[in-house]
Write a new protein. Structure first.
Length: 518
């Protein structure tokens, strides 16, 4: 009888994927489709005689079973569990009734939304009770956690290494996946702090065939290449400083650098895309030893632009208010560092993923919910920084449709819809303290004159819960407004031509014209 169970990832060491008896392992995935694929592969990787049970929280099991199995256990037991705190708290007791002393593999599909609002002590107690059951019944449990909130749960789980035998995150990076191991223990030993690139193939998940890169000493580690505008016209500080008249000249020179420090300048918003492409090329071609710095000169960049530069490979963006001395201190602090993040190979995909939606204004109700739920699934967008959702209640005597006609949405990514008699706006990358300023730019009148109250949601968990509620509780009677409200008055269907001009009749004092007497 099987005494251990594997995830089935090809070419991955057993030390990082095999679960032992009595073990409780936690695997978090950014995207639901990835966790379903990994769970399916785990089932197929088990021996024919293995006893395997799938427990589904949230109704995803049908997607796993829709494909036929060519290998794996002879039978698969399937149970469903309600995604409620009371059902989850009763789960350890239900396991005790289900298990006997024969070795058993349990797979639990658990959405992060079912746990994100539980306190840390609740989670620790719950896992301890599950661990006690596994110890008594010779069972192994893989918890496949998925959806928004997996990273925040991971931070809570790292200290719980007495209850958990393993903690792993499968992170989507646009063109590959990262198997990020916090720790994993089994009969082969204990491993920690591993980050391995995976790829998805028709045969399943496997380790990418990238050669291991060993960092070698670099001859240009003490060299600094800078756009002279970024130094405010100052001369080179030493023989190691090299100044260039433009960012393009700096980029060309940096194509032969290995570990030098590069200082670009950014003066206008329309420079961001070109600079992002240059930084992306340098990071992908010249490696992670380069230190790439961008300094704002005359215009403070949007937060989305700053995130784009960082995602393309910049180590840091120095804000507009920093002095030259502050800039030099920041550059000094980067020495000896290696760029830690993965940069996707396709710059176009990266640009599209980090830009706001190419939509604005009114969206039909269900499309509004779908667009924003998809936005929450993008792992490259900042945690708790995707934007603010606000629900506005019109004052007495005003209809939501009337106020919709007053909206003037100017930014891409800012969306609006109708929910019963309320206006619901999503303001991309807007923070709560910026909300009143944003609303003043959208409505021509004071907010207090138009709305009696409003509610806001900003954090990712709050947005996920509210948008899911809106989608699931869509009103049965939709307002007859499925197209954006026009920002102008429609012309009448029939246009009348101009009236003929009436010729004036001359009048001479003391005389009566012939026409007037007739």
């Amino acid at each position: 009888m099987a005494q251990s169970f594997t995830l089935g990832i090809s070419q991955l060491w057993d030390e990082l994927q095999v679960g032992q008896l009595h073990g409780l392992y936690w695997l978090g995935c950014d995207r639901t489709q990835d966790v379903l694929s990994l769970c399916r592969q785990t089932i197929q990787a088990q021996q024919t005689v293995a006893r395997v049970t799938l427990i589904d929280v949230g109704g995803e099991a049908a997607s796993i079973l829709e494909e036929g199995y060519q290998q794996g256990p002879e039978s698969l037991a399937i149970y469903r569990l309600a995604p409620t705190p009371s059902a989850l708290m009763a789960f350890p007791n239900e396991l005790s009734r289900l298990l006997n002393q024969r070795p058993h593999l349990l797979l639990l599909l658990l959405p992060a939304a079912a746990l994100v609002h539980q306190p840390a002590n609740w989670l620790a107690e719950w896992l301890q009770r599950i661990s006690d059951v596994l110890q008594r019944h010779n069972a192994t449990l893989f918890i496949f956690n998925h959806g928004m909130g997996t990273d925040s749960l991971r931070n809570q789980l790292i200290p719980l290494n007495r209850q958990l035998y393993g903690l792993v995150s499968l992170r989507w990076q646009l063109d590959c996946w990262r198997y990020d191991v916090a720790f994993w223990s089994n009969t082969s030993g204990v491993s920690a702090q591993q980050n391995i690139e995976l790829i998805a193939t028709p045969q399943g998940w496997e380790v990418a065939n990238n050669a291991t890169i060993t960092l070698q000493p670099h001859q240009d580690e003490q060299e600094y290449l800078a756009h002279n505008a970024a130094l405010e016209g100052a001369p080179p500080f030493s023989e190691h400083w090299h100044l260039f008249a433009s960012n393009q000249e700096l980029f060309t020179a940096a194509l032969t650098a290995q570990a030098a420090t590069l200082l670009f300048s950014l003066a206008q918003n329309d420079q961001v895309d070109d600079l992002a492409r240059q930084i992306h090329t340098l990071r992908r071609q010249r490696g992670n030893a380069l230190k790439i710095v961008v300094r704002e000169l005359t215009t403070k960049q949007r937060s989305s632009d700053e995130r784009l530069l960082l995602a393309c490979g910049a180590n840091t963006v120095i804000p507009l208010g920093a002095t030259l001395s502050n800039t030099l201190v920041i550059i000094e602090g980067l020495q000896g560092h290696t760029f830690p993040r993965h940069v996707p190979a396709n710059i176009t995909t990266l640009l599209n993923s980090l830009r706001p939606l190419k939509l604005r204004g009114y969206q039909p109700y269900l499309r509004f919910c779908t667009l924003l739920l998809d936005l929450l699934d993008n792992p490259l967008l900042p945690h708790n920084g995707r934007g603010t959702l606000v629900s506005l209640q019109p004052v007495s005597g005003m209809e939501a449709e009337q106020l919709l006609a007053l909206c003037r949405v100017r930014r891409d990514g800012d969306l609006i819809t109708l929910d019963q008699q309320r206006l619901v706006l999503f303001l991309a990358y807007c923070r709560p303290h910026e909300l009143k300023t944003a609303l003043r730019s959208i409505f021509p009148l004071s907010i207090a004159e138009l709305f009696s109250s409003y509610r806001i949601w900003h954090q990712d968990g709050e947005l996920l819960l509210e948008l899911t509620r809106m989608r699931d509780q869509a009103p049965s009677v939709r307002p007859a407004l499925d197209t954006p409200a026009p920002s102008f008055c429609e012309a009448p269907e029939q246009h009348q031509g101009p009236q003929p001009r009436r010729l004036p009749t001359p009048i001479v004092l003391g005389r009566i014209s012939a026409e007037a007497t007739q």
